[in-house]
Design a protein around this ligand. Sequence first.
Ligand code: PEP
Length: 253
Amino acid sequence: MRKNIVAGNWKMNKTFEEADTLISDIMDLLEKNELDRNTLMILCPPFPYIEMCTDYSNDSYFMVGAQNVADQERGAYTGEVSAEMLQSLETSYCIVGHSERRQYYGETDQTVARKVDLLLQHDIRPIVCCGEVLDEREAGKQFDVVKRQITDGLFHLTPEQFGQIVIAYEPVWAIGTGKTATPQQAQEIHAFIRNLIAEKYGKQVADETSILYGGSCKPSNAKELFANPDVDGGLIGGASLQAKDFVDIALAF
Ligand code: PEP
């Protein structure tokens, strides 16, 4: 059975002390409110806090993910962080192809494909983001955009490799805007993505792939979104910065 996943993308937020407080508040809440056994929580802090998170995660309340990774193995790439480094810090997951990386740092589907390969070589599971911008949605092109992102970013993988992938569908017009896709819009595109995977890798691989929704997900809408058969959780930005909101979202299953 595929996992339900609630992953918190902290983006470029929190000082070291604030991060420490957020994690311990999350752990306090998880002690009082047990998650469903099939729900996995992942925290994706900024790079400098990964080690602190993995230290805490030894208590096994959550797994730790990075928000980005270099598209090169190692060497003279000032400021970059490699998959090998993340592996040495016991990072289990890594977000790839987030719309902010595509928009502000020029990441393409080809960059995504290279990063995915490097992560898999280092036993880190990629959380691969896809999703259309508002103009594309208004032109009815969301299916074409998502199909291209998934095909070009991921369909070079073997079925075994694809089994390590988590997909996050994040309509760009819903990220940080307070606008959420309706449960029907989310289900429609999640089912489309699962069907694409089934056509390429077969039904079993498709049925085992967790497909998360991202875009202004919060405690008040999580239950309705997660109730859809093809929505297996969320990639949460703003609401993951508040311990109670984030845990309440994880408790929506
Ligand atoms: C995100 O950036 O992945 C995200 C979903 O952000 P938010 O929840 O703030 O819309």
